[in-house]
Design a protein around this ligand. Structure first.
Ligand code: ATP
Ligand code: MG
Length: 543
């Protein structure tokens, strides 16, 4: 019998179950995957369902199955003995009548959302008993129509199938309410971040600071595609400590800009050390570091044990890459006595101009990277707190700070020793339009309260159960049944839960190189090579 087109799309029939645990029988010859989206349709509405589990079922008794499988194994062995090649065609083995009717697969489904035209509401009912379920189609998801200027994350995914439905979230809300990108190593965090960065750079409503410990986002090697190839290149600033490519900047930061508070969460001082640093700062102001290095004693702010100061001095020398020659302070790293007095100020200005600022921190010690991040973030937050006081904040772009290996500053252990600028931003940054985009392999190290504050979570493949659990417990949508789906995510596949999404969205991020190359080609086609005048940005370099 020939199948109708509706029949072709039918994947199964709902046969029993309960709310949140609907059981459907898979149609013979069709394949249903974990994480797949299915639709149950009734006269006036559609219900979107997600496959959360799969299991075998059979009409035969267990005893019978065991008997039959025993016979089957015997038969295989005999065949193998007789002639391996001749029996590759195993049709003969099927000796059950109506095998497809008797043995089948069951899928456990969860209702996600009810759709009525372009309106949706949470699923509060069961689909009709014995109703058929079919694969989802792009038209079913018209309600996800892209908002103008939304931030693109990837394409909608049903199991491992990609649907032609771009998924994006409202830029301002999403960035200011923090993003967590989490996955086991190699599952595509950096790739997805590149895609996000590429799209965010086009927006006027956000500035993005990227602390890049692997120097992977700008793509300074000419052959690798990166942010340097972005069509709106004039919206990108790249700071690197050595040999800056043409059009980019050398990262130098003046020592005078550092304050003791910038070390919070970056370096763990003992209490006396910390008090000594503050005392030096209070007495000598911006030249406090130089004075500690030169061993100038405190006059007004009390005395400290010489050993305490000696340890603090040694640690400062190491973090700041300085050397005391006995009579002169030598600067070997990015911190400098003379240069770089405007760097932090310039970077903050650039962020306020909605630019993407990438800082190559690949040659730094972790603490040095965090210190730079801390200095810029502190200044940004202060500026925006001021803007808020003056009621001028709304005209400013959101600023998002992308930080890799976020538990370094947001981990429980670090925070037990006291807060830092990053935890302050995680807690209250959104009031001031400053957000974090925290990338990690180990979300379980971040306190629950901070995880809960990260209103958008992009969950890529996560093999460790404890890490999945931490994310699931703090997700914006109920993911309690998503353990298996998360564990089985392939590279680039993700589940996005967000206060700004109607349901937990399964997505597949595009491969960055392909995505960027296609976008560059599109711009070229649209604006030609002399697009500078027409659209007000600088030229392309890569094809
Ligand atoms: N969306 C995708 N589509 C296809 N391949 C992908 C995708 N995302 C990542 N990959 C592949 O996986 C590799 C690793 O990805 P990526 O570097 O983004 O992982 P990561 O999670 O950042 O890893 P790490 O923890 O080491 O930083 C990439 O080089 C790319 O080949
Ligand atoms: Mg990475």
């Amino acid at each position: 019998m020939e199948e109708t087109s509706a029949g072709k799309k039918t994947k199964g029939l709902i046969i029993r179950g309960e709310f949140g645990k609907i059981i459907a029988r898979q149609k013979a010859g069709k394949e249903i995957e974990i994480g797949e989206l299915l639709v149950a349709e009734s006269a006036d509405q559609k219900m979107l369902l997600e496959v959360v589990d799969l299991l075998y079922a059979s009409q035969l008794s267990e005893q019978n199955i065991e008997l039959i499988s025993g016979m089957e194994l015997e038969k295989i062995e005999q065949e193998d003995r007789e002639d391996q090649e001749k029996h590759q065609n195993n049709d003969e083995r099927i000796f059950l009548h109506e095998q497809e009717l008797r043995n089948y697969t069951l899928a456990q489904l969860k209702g996600i959302i009810s759709i009525k035209g372009t309106k949706t509401k949470a699923c509060k009912a069961l689909p009709n008993f014995l109703s058929s379920i079919r694969e989802v189609e792009a038209e079913d998801l018209d309600f996800l129509a892209k908002e103008q200027n939304a931030l693109f994350l990837g394409m909608l995914r049903s199991g491992s199938k990609i649907l032609p439905v771009p998924i994006s979230l409202p830029t301002k809300d999403t960035l200011s309410h923090h993003i967590l990108i989490s996955a086991t190593t190699g599952k595509g965090k950096s790739n997805l971040t590149s895609v996000l960065l590429w799209d965010a750079t086009k927006k006027q409503e956000c500035g993005i600071l990227v602390l890049d410990p692997h120097d992977e986002y700008y793509g300074r090697e000419t052959q690798s595609i990166g942010m340097k190839d972005h069509p709106m290149k004039n919206k990108i600033e790249y700071y690197t400590p050595k040999n800056p490519p043409i059009g980019t900047k050398t990262l130098k930061v003046n020592l005078m800009l550092i304050k003791p508070q910038h070390f919070a969460g970056v370096v763990q001082w003992s209490d006396p050390q910390e008090q000594a640093l503050h005392a030096y700062y209070r007495e000598f102001g911006s030249s406090w570091i130089e004075k500690i290095m030169m061993n100038v004693p405190l006059q007004k702010m009390g005395t400290f044990n010489e050993a305490t100061i000696a340890v603090a001095r040694r640690r400062l020398l190491s973090i700041l890459d300085l050397e005391w020659s006995g009579h002169q302070l030598l600067c070997h790293g990015i911190f400098d006595l003379n240069a770089g007095s405007a760097t932090v100020h310039d970077i903050c200005n650039e962020l306020e101009e909605a630019k993407t600022v990438i800082i190559d921190t690949s040659n730094f010690k972790g603490a040095t990277e965090l210190l730079i991040g801390s200095m810029i973030s502190t200044e940004i937050l202060q500026r925006y707190q001021n803007e808020k006081r003056q009621n001028t904040l709304r005209s400013k772009p959101i600023i998002s700070i992308i930080i890799e290996e976020a538990p370094r500053v947001l981990g429980k252990e670090v925070l037990e020793r006291g807060g830092n600028i990053f935890s302050t931003i995680a807690r209250e940054g959104r009031k001031f339009q400053v957000g974090l985009c925290a990338i990690t392999q180990l979300p379980s190290l971040i306190p629950r309260e901070i995880l809960a504050n990260m209103n958008t979570k992009i969950i890529l493949g996560t093999e460790m159960a404890a890490e999945r659990q931490a994310i699931i417990e703090s997700a914006a949508q109920d993911l309690s049944q998503a353990q298996r789906a998360i564990a089985s995510l392939d590279k680039g596949e993700a589940i996005v839960t967000s206060n700004f999404a109607r349901f937990a969205l399964p997505i597949k991020a595009p491969l960055f190189e392909e995505y960027a190359a296609a976008d560059i080609a599109k711009y070229k086609q649209e604006f030609g090579d002399d697009k500078e005048e027409k659209v007000g940005f600088m030229g392309f370099e890569a094809a």
